[in-house]
Design a protein around this ligand. Structure first.
Ligand SMILES: [Zn+2]
Length: 293
């Protein structure tokens, strides 16, 4: 969505003054990458454990050369808890800091929606319409939509049970590619610009991106949103081929092609994070389900 800055998948964070400020002047200026390397203890664990109310939370530790304090963040799409610390900060202080914020970690993770793997009986929104996944092991083909009893929208999947998740994922990616390709080409025609390639990925930090050479990239999860949201994203990215910025001129261009832009942006703000919980079953992101101590 934005050509330069990351969009907000990180929840609000907590931070604290850390060891870098201890002793004042020793905190190095930017460009102390070598120093960061020198002070990294090779045997240091990549993650630490925080215990809160009999649950254990895994916290990944990351030293950052520009960090001046200890900061805890939660990456909403993957539920990963990350503690950033100064290059010379101590692991002991990091542990104390994380432990002190155990309640914060627990509350934030608890509030995040749980992952919804694509399985028989599960609901998945396709173009904003809830579809029930139905496993049809005896049928030919891979995945298709059908209207069930009482006009219920179904997403049917053939093949063996262990492949249902992947087949639904593949089906949704194909649909996403189709819709995003069509929407991008419509917008390109209206704006008189040329698209080189449209690719669909599982990027968690942004909904779409656009290169100066005309390569557009989108999150396949946009197929889960109502069509006007997907349409807006395509127009937004293609408009960057005319204005590679977010200036008033850029927004006027977007609004001319997409009067619903404001509504689409609000929709993404309200529901965007939700779209990231689908089909996480074989993803590393599920590791932060609390483990009872
Ligand atoms: Zn943008």
């Amino acid at each position: 969505m934005t050509p330069r800055k990351r969009t907000g998948w990180w929840l609000p964070f907590v931070s604290d003054r850390g060891a870098a400020t201890r002793g004042g002047s020793t905190a190095g200026p930017p460009g102390t990458g070598l120093r960061a390397l020198l002070y990294r203890r090779p045997s240091e664990p990549q993650s630490i454990q925080v215990v809160f109310e009999r649950a254990i939370y895994l916290v990944r530790v990351r030293r950052h050369r520009q960090a001046r304090r200890y900061t805890l963040r939660i990456h909403a799409p993957t539920r990963e808890v990350v503690l950033t610390m100064p290059p010379r900060g101590s692991l002991k202080q990091a542990k104390e800091f994380a432990q002190k914020h155990g309640a914060w970690i627990a509350a934030r993770l608890h509030r995040l929606p749980v992952a919804l793997p694509f399985a028989d009986g599960a609901m998945v929104p396709l173009r904003g319409v809830e579809h029930r996944i139905v496993h049809r092991p005896g049928r030919r083909g891979t995945a298709w939509t059908e209207t069930g009893e009482g006009n219920e929208p179904l997403l049917c999947v053939a093949g063996d049970a262990p492949h249902v998740d992947r087949r639904v994922g593949d089906f949704l990616r194909r649909q996403a590619r189709h819709d995003l390709d069509a929407a991008s080409r419509r917008a390109a025609e209206k704006l008189g610009v040329t698209i080189k390639r449209v690719s669909v990925r599982d990027q968690s930090s942004r909904w779409g991106s656009c290169s100066t050479t005309g390569v557009l990239s989108y999150s396949w999860r946009l197929i889960l949103a109502p069509p006007f949201v997907l349409e807006y994203l395509a127009i937004h990215e293609v408009a960057h081929l005319v204005e590679m910025n977010h200036s008033p001129r850029f927004w006027r261009l977007v609004l001319r092609l997409c009067p619903d832009a404001g509504q689409a942006k609000s929709w993404l703000d309200a529901h965007g994070t939700d779209l990231h919980r689908y089909g996480f079953s074989d993803d590393a992101g599920n590791q932060n389900t609390p483990v009872t101590a």
